[in-house]
Design a protein around this ligand. Structure first.
Ligand code: PTJ
Length: 249
């Protein structure tokens, strides 16, 4: 266990959590590598939530609250890093949690379901009754008939680009969290929260709490209408550019 006094405590604690998720058979080995890529981008973004990312989280929350049938898609990394936040979000937003894996195995699927339930997550779907989406060159094409297949709004943190693109083409609203603002997922989603997933989920829960204490549907619709994901991504590129420029100066 890393000491709280260590200057990079937050980052190292997340790594510990992920390694423990891997040891328990929840996160995949590939998930550890994917986390490293995320860390590199987080470093460039300053390892903090920008106003831009906070606003994207607010808009994503507005989409979830106004959806006809929202679904939260969970992979090994997300299940490891934010199980409590997923359970908390479900207290404000009634939605199934669909486990959908890039590197699937029945055993890992069951371990993730058990882990999520132990953290208070309900309505967990494991794709036992699945449909195959077209044009996806991975097992992520298999989605639950009573989950992503039926959803109008899909929240897919740490997604792979293929599926984000296909879900958008199918007319679904796609919300994601991705520290890499250049990824295909970031570019093809409707709302990209360019932030670390643990920070992003805390913000989502906090917005859901705020909105619960009284909001008008019109207010949420206005938030959604005013959002432009391309502008959001441009601002993320500008944040990285500005940080590098200031270092050069
Ligand atoms: O559990 P599985 O089998 O479904 O596999 C999950 C991974 C994440 C391995 C799989 O979906 C995958 O390979 O994803 P990619 O294509 O590597 O994309 C993951 C994206 O998430 C990358 O753009 C990373 O920069 C980003 N990322 C990684 N860790 C975080 C993150 N974004 C936010 N917070 C993080 N902690």
């Amino acid at each position: 266990m890393v000491s709280k006094e260590h200057p990079r405590y937050a980052s190292l604690a997340l790594r510990d959590k992920l390694v423990s998720g891997y040891d328990q058979g929840i996160a995949s080995a590939h998930g550890l590598i994917a986390h490293g890529r995320g860390e590199a981008f987080d470093y460039l973004l300053g390892e903090q939530t920008s106003e831009n990312a906070r606003n994207a989280a607010k808009v994503a929350c507005a989409h979830l609250l106004t959806a006809r049938f929202p679904v939260f898609s969970v992979n090994g990394n997300t299940a490891t890093l934010v199980p409590d936040e997923i359970a908390e979000l479900q207290t404000f937003i009634d939605m199934p949690i669909e486990i959908n894996l890039f590197h699937p195995s029945r055993q890992r699927m069951e371990k993730i379901a058990e882990h999520l339930r132990a953290h208070g997550v309900t309505n967990v779907l494991t794709g036992s009754d699945f449909v195959e989406l077209p044009n996806i060159a991975s097992d992520r094409a298999k989605v639950d008939k009573n989950g992503i297949f039926k959803a109008d709004v899909v929240f897919v943190p740490l997604e792979d680009g293929d599926r984000a693109q296909v879900l958008t083409t199918l007319g679904k609203i796609v919300l994601t969290v991705d520290l890499n603002p250049l990824s295909r997922t970031a570019v093809t989603s409707t709302v990209t929260i360019v932030d670390e997933v643990t920070r992003a989920l805390k913000n989502l829960v906090s917005f859901a709490k705020d909105f619960e204490s009284g909001y008008h549907r019109d207010e949420l619709n206005l938030l959604k209408a005013a959002f432009d994901n391309l502008e959001n991504l441009k601002t993320s590129y500008a944040i990285v550019l500005e940080r590098l420029r200031s270092l050069v100066r």
